[in-house]
Structure formats: structure tokens, C-alpha cells
Design a protein around this ligand. Structure first.
Ligand SMILES: NC(=O)c1ccc[n+]([C@@H]2O[C@H](COP(=O)([O-])OP(=O)(O)OC[C@H]3O[C@@H](n4cnc5c(N)ncnc54)[C@H](O)[C@@H]3O)[C@@H](O)[C@H]2O)c1
Length: 383
């Protein structure tokens, strides 16, 4: 493991839970914040090694897992690709447009080992069903999509204190938090964004609001539930955060599908919901309650409602275990992993264009970005 943080520890715990025979050889992490999670799951973290080079020298391994902060992904992934063993890589696979183009060139060279990206929503039963319904044509042509992700104040407070608060480490609020969703939106739309617009910023976790109440109405302390971790800040309101804490976006896909998106990191009513309107049917995927609702536009009967259940406190609702099964099947050559590094790069570029639109306060034409990306894919180099 490169980066034994909370995420990789949870993924490993899920792998153990679904029956992987795990033998963790070694890890590299200056301050492994995920170690207690691993210990609680009864998994030995293996040897603590001082550098990625020292880890690679101990190989070969069946799998290298990368769970470092986002700004280190490009460097760590390249080291893993040089080693040539299969890689499980947390999202976002890389943090900037330049890194995306360089990675695209590298992967297009064709000599890379498999790279499995932790876009975990792809493994969820409800998401698989959404994709199946879209592909079956049941909804007709997709016309427009409305989507949200609204977080509990504790989650927002964590983002404002953790390394994700800085663009230089996390990229952006949307890149770190909702590249999952934009991966699926692109799959539902069946096209790449042509134009994007976005508004957002930092208004909630802002020094001007530092005097706001710091306790819930039952007396429990607020904004302090999770430890801030690597390079963490003490206070959610007065930290040096330079990413947004709320953001809206409009996307015009190349085939005419339109999407509006709204994210807020400090809400009383948590929501992650996709509303997909097609010419023949409408679908609501409620990812918090793990519930799918579908009805034909000319149907008068009750909507079809599928409750997937299995809600868990981490909001992942069993997705980690499903991904662990997918990963095992992929490594055994039994099934393709549900998402590719290309999907991940395209979701990342989509979000980066949205962030650029927010920063420039302008509608961004995505065509030059996609032609640069396609050129990188078409002109591979080994470096
Ligand atoms: N797929 C998901 O649902 C999901 C959920 C959470 C996080 N993530 C992703 O997982 C990754 C890790 O996030 P996290 O929440 O576990 O963060 P975290 O802060 O809990 O863990 C990051 C770890 O990286 C370590 N680290 C820092 N510098 C390092 C270096 N030079 N070499 C090796 N390790 C180093 C830190 O000490 C820390 O232990 C991020 O890319 C994040 O976007 C994905």
C-alpha cells in the first residue's frame, strides 16, 4: 500500500469481509491514519517502509494499492506503472489537466499493467440498475438530468479541515467529492460535455462565520467529529481552505443532454439524488436511501420502487464490499472491472472544466480540452 489512509483501510476491511485471503506485505506512509481501522478489522499492515522505491524493491506483488492524497497520485501511479504490477488506485486518478494528458499518453503506450480505479459507485447494485435501465431504452432518449449531493455539517467540517481543503492537495471540492457522480452522468448521457458553466465558492466554512454556534441543539460538539488527518487544520471556519464549500454546475452534453448539479457541504437534510428524465420514462436514484423509483411518462399506475436496503453509517451502503468482489473477479480474469482509467480521466476532466468555469466566471467550451485529450490518447509515448 502507498498511503495507508482511512480510505484504503476501509477498502481492505471490505476485501477481508467478502472473503479475500489477504497478506499485506508492506506499506509506505509517513503517518498512517488508517492503521487503527486496519487493526480493528484484524488485518496486519505489513512492513512499514520508508519510501515508494523501498516498497517496489520488495516486489513483485499481486496488487499495489494507492490511497495517498490526490496531489501524489500522479507520482505514485507512475511509480506503480513502472513496476508493472496490477494497481488499485483511489479516485481522482490524477489532479490536473496536465497530469491527465501525461497519464493518457502513458496508458496509450499499451504496456501498462491493469489499473483498477476506486470509482466505487460503479459497483453498487442501484447504479448498475440505473445503467441497465438507460441502456435498455426503457426511458427513451435521455433529455435532462438534475442531480445533487448535500452533505451533513460534520462531513463538510471535515472537508474544511482535512487536506482536501487545499487545491494544491485535493484539487477541488467537486474533483474529490463528486467525480464519482460525473463519471456516471457521462455514462447516462452517452456523450462528453460540450459546454459547462458553474457558480460556487466558500461562504459556509468562512472566517466571517467563525462565531457561529459550535454545538448541536442536544449539546453535542459540532464540526469536530472526525480527526483532520494528514496536514490537517484545527478549525473548519478559520482554516486556509481555498476550495468551494458549495457549488452549482450546468452541463450541455455534446448530444444535447442537459444536466444541472447542486452540491452543498453543510446541510440539515442529506441528499445524493439523480433525477433522469427521458422521452419515455423518468427515474430517481436516491443514493442516500439506496432506493430507485421509475415510471413511464404515460403510465398512470404507481411508480416502480426498488429498495436496495443495506444502508450503512459510512454512506457507502455496501458499495465497498461490492467493489471488493469486482476487484477479485477482475484480478482472477473472471470479469472486467466496471470502470476504466479512461472513464476516470474523462470524469476528472469534466469536473476540471466545471471548476475552470467557476473560477473564470464564464461558460467553458470543452472542445479544445477533448481534442487535447484525444491527441494524447492517439500519440502515445512510453515516458
Ligand atoms: N472511493 C471513495 O469513496 C473514496 C472515499 C474517501 C477517499 N477516497 C480517496 O482516497 C484517497 C485517500 O483519502 P483518505 O480519505 O483515505 O485520506 P486520509 O487523509 O485518511 O489518508 C491519506 C494518507 O496518505 C498518507 N500520505 C501522505 N503523504 C504521503 C506520502 N508521501 N506517501 C505515502 N502516503 C502519504 C497520509 O499520511 C494518510 O495516512 C484520496 O485520493 C481520496 O480522494 C476515495
Amino acid at each position: 500500500m502507498i498511503g495507508l489512509g482511512q480510505r484504503i483501510a476501509h477498502v481492505l476491511a471490505a476485501m477481508a469481509e467478502v472473503g479475500w485471503a489477504l497478506d499485506v506485505a508492506a506499506h509506505v506512509d509517513p503517518d498512517p491514519i488508517g492503521a487503527p481501522i486496519l487493526e480493528a478489522a484484524g488485518i496486519d499492515a505489513g512492513a512499514a517502509l520508508p519510501s515508494v522505491q523501498a516498497l517496489i524493491a520488495e516486489g513483485p506483488f499481486d496488487l499495489l494499492m494507492i490511497g495517498s492524497p490526490n496531489h501524489l497520485h500522479f507520482e505514485h501511479l507512475n511509480a506503480a506503472l513502472d513496476a508493472g504490477w496490477p494497481v488499485f488506485m483511489e479516485k481522482p486518478i490524477v489532479r490536473t489537466e496536465d497530469e491527465t494528458l501525461a497519464l493518457a499518453r502513458r496508458l496509450a503506450a499499451g504496456d501498462a499493467p491493469p489499473v483498477y480505479v476506486g470509482l466505487v459507485m460503479r459497483s453498487m447494485s442501484i447504479v448498475r440498475e440505473v445503467i441497465r435501465r438507460i441502456d435498455s431504452g426503457e426511458l427513451g432518449e435521455i433529455v435532462s438530468i438534475d442531480a445533487t449531493e448535500h452533505l451533513h455539517p460534520e462531513h463538510g467540517g471535515y472537508l474544511a479541515r482535512n487536506w482536501r481543503r487545499r487545491q494544491a492537495w485535493g484539487g477541488s471540492y467537486l474533483l474529490d467529492k463528486v467525480c464519482h457522480d460525473f463519471d456516471i452522468f457521462g455514462r447516462i448521457a452517452g456523450a462528453r460535455p460540450a459546454r459547462v458553466a458553474s457558480f460556487g465558492g466558500r461562504r459556509i466554512f468562512h472566517p466571517d462565520r467563525a462565531g457561529e454556534p459550535r454545538a448541536y441543539d442536544d449539546g453535542a460538539p459540532a464540526y469536530a467529529m472526525f480527526g483532520a488527518g494528514w496536514s490537517g487544520a484545527d478549525d473548519a471556519f478559520t482554516s486556509d481552505m481555498d476550495v468551494a464549500d458549495h457549488q452549482t454546475a450546468l452541463v450541455d452534453y455534446a448530444n444535447g443532454v442537459r444536466l444541472s448539479f447542486h452540491a452543498n457541504s453543510h446541510t440539515a437534510l442529506q441528499e445524493r439524488r439523480w433525477y433522469v428524465a427521458g422521452t419515455r420514462g423518468t427515474l430517481i436514484a436516491d443514493l442516500v436511501r439506496n432506493r430507485l423509483i421509475v415510471r413511464g411518462v404515460l403510465a398512470h399506475g404507481r411508480p416502480e420502487r426498488i429498495d436496495y436496503g443495506g444502508r450503512t453509517a459510512d454512506n457507502h451502503n455496501g458499495a465497498d464490499q461490492a467493489m471488493a468482489r469486482d476487484l477479485r473477479a477482475a484480478l482472477a480474469g473472471e470479469a472486467a472491472f466496471p470502470v476504466t482509467p479512461w472513464d476516470s480521466m474523462e470524469a476528472g476532466l469534466t469536473v476540471m472544466a466545471i471548476d475552470r468555469a467557476m473560477a473564470e466566471e464564464a461558460v467553458v467550451d470543452c472542445a479544445p480540452m477533448w481534442s487535447g485529450y484525444d491527441a494524447a490518447r492517439a500519440a502515445p509515448s512510453a515516458g
